[in-house]
Design a protein around this ligand. Structure first.
Ligand SMILES: [Zn+2]
Length: 243
C-alpha cells in the first residue's frame, strides 16, 4: 500500500479488503495526511490476524530525526500502552516491525519480490525526504507522485506509464476565495509546495500516461470544473479521472 494518511484506513476498511492481503506499506513522506494512520495499519493488521512482523518502507532525510526510522520508532513508543495491552491476548509477533528506511535522494529499487518491483525517486515538496513511487508488475506500471511540484524526476520516471496518480492542489484563486488563504499563502502552498492544476497538467502531458488520476484537492461541484479546465490548458490526452 502506498501511503496511509489519516482517514485512509476508514476508507480501506469500508472496502472490506482484508488487512492480511497487504504485504507491505510504503510512505512517500512524513506529513500526517500521508502517514497519520500508522497506528491503525499496525494494530488493524495485527488484530486481523497478521502472524509476521509488519513490513514498512519510507524515506530518509537530511537528518536522522527527520527520517522514517525515527518516525516509526517514536510512533511505536507512543503506543506502548496499546501494544502491551494486546500482547497478552494476541500473537506477540504482530507487534514487531521490520522498518526499511531508504535514501530519499536516490533513484533506486526499494522493493523487489514475486515479480513486483517498486522504485523510489525524489519528489520536490518541502524540506528533504519526500519521494514518488513507481510500481512495476507483469508488464504494467503505475506511478504515484506523493506530494510534489513539477520536476524532471517525474517526467523521466513516469514517461509512458499505464497509470499516473498525480497530485494537484486547488487553483490559487480557489484557495483564496473558498479556503480563506491570503494571497501569499495560497501561492506558496498551491504552487511552490504543491503542483497547481496547470502545472500538473503540464507534467501529465509530458508523461503521457494511459490513465491519469489527480488527487490532493478539495473536489466539489464548485471546484471540479475549474480544476479540469486548468489541467486541460496543457493536457489533452485521455479524459482524467478526478478522485
Ligand atoms: Zn505533504
Amino acid at each position: 500500500m502506498f501511503d496511509f494518511g489519516f482517514g485512509s484506513q476508514m476508507n480501506f476498511t469500508a472496502l472490506e479488503i482484508p488487512y492480511s492481503d497487504i504485504t507491505a506499506y510504503f510512505a512517500t513522506h512524513l506529513h500526517t495526511d500521508h502517514v497519520g494512520d500508522f497506528g491503525q495499519i499496525r494494530v488493524g493488521s495485527w488484530t486481523s490476524g497478521r502472524l509476521k512482523p509488519l513490513e514498512v518502507y519510507g524515506p530518509s532525510s537530511n537528518k536522522p530525526e527527520y527520517g522514517f526510522a525515527h518516525f516509526v520508532k517514536h510512533q511505536c513508543e507512543s503506543c506502548r500502552w496499546d501494544t502491551e495491552s494486546r500482547v497478552h491476548a494476541l500473537p506477540a509477533v504482530g507487534a514487531e516491525i521490520n522498518c526499511h528506511e531508504f535514501d530519499y535522494s536516490e533513484v533506486g529499487v526499494i522493493y523487489e519480490k514475486n515479480g513486483v518491483r517498486i522504485t523510489s525517486f525524489p519528489a520536490i515538496h518541502i524540506m528533504d525526504g519526500p519521494v514518488s513511487l513507481k510500481l512495476e508488475w507483469n508488464g504494467l506500471s503505475m506511478v504515484y507522485s506523493g506530494d510534489t511540484t513539477p520536476g524532471e524526476f517525474m517526467i523521466e520516471n513516469a514517461l509512458g506509464v499505464d497509470v499516473l496518480i498525480h497530485e494537484t492542489f486547488n487553483t490559487v484563486d480557489q484557495l483564496m476565495t473558498r479556503s480563506g488563504y491570503d494571497e501569499r499563502s495560497a501561492k506558496v502552498i498551491g504552487t511552490i509546495i504543491h503542483s497547481d492544476p496547470t502545472e500538473a497538467g503540464f507534467v501529465i502531458d509530458k508523461c503521457d500516461p494511459g490513465l491519469c488520476v489527480v488527487f490532493h484537492f478539495f473536489n466539489d461541484f464548485d471546484t471540479a470544473p475549474e480544476m479540469e479546465r486548468a489541467i486541460r490548458e496543457h493536457y489533452s490526452g485521455p479524459k482524467p479521472t478526478v478522485a
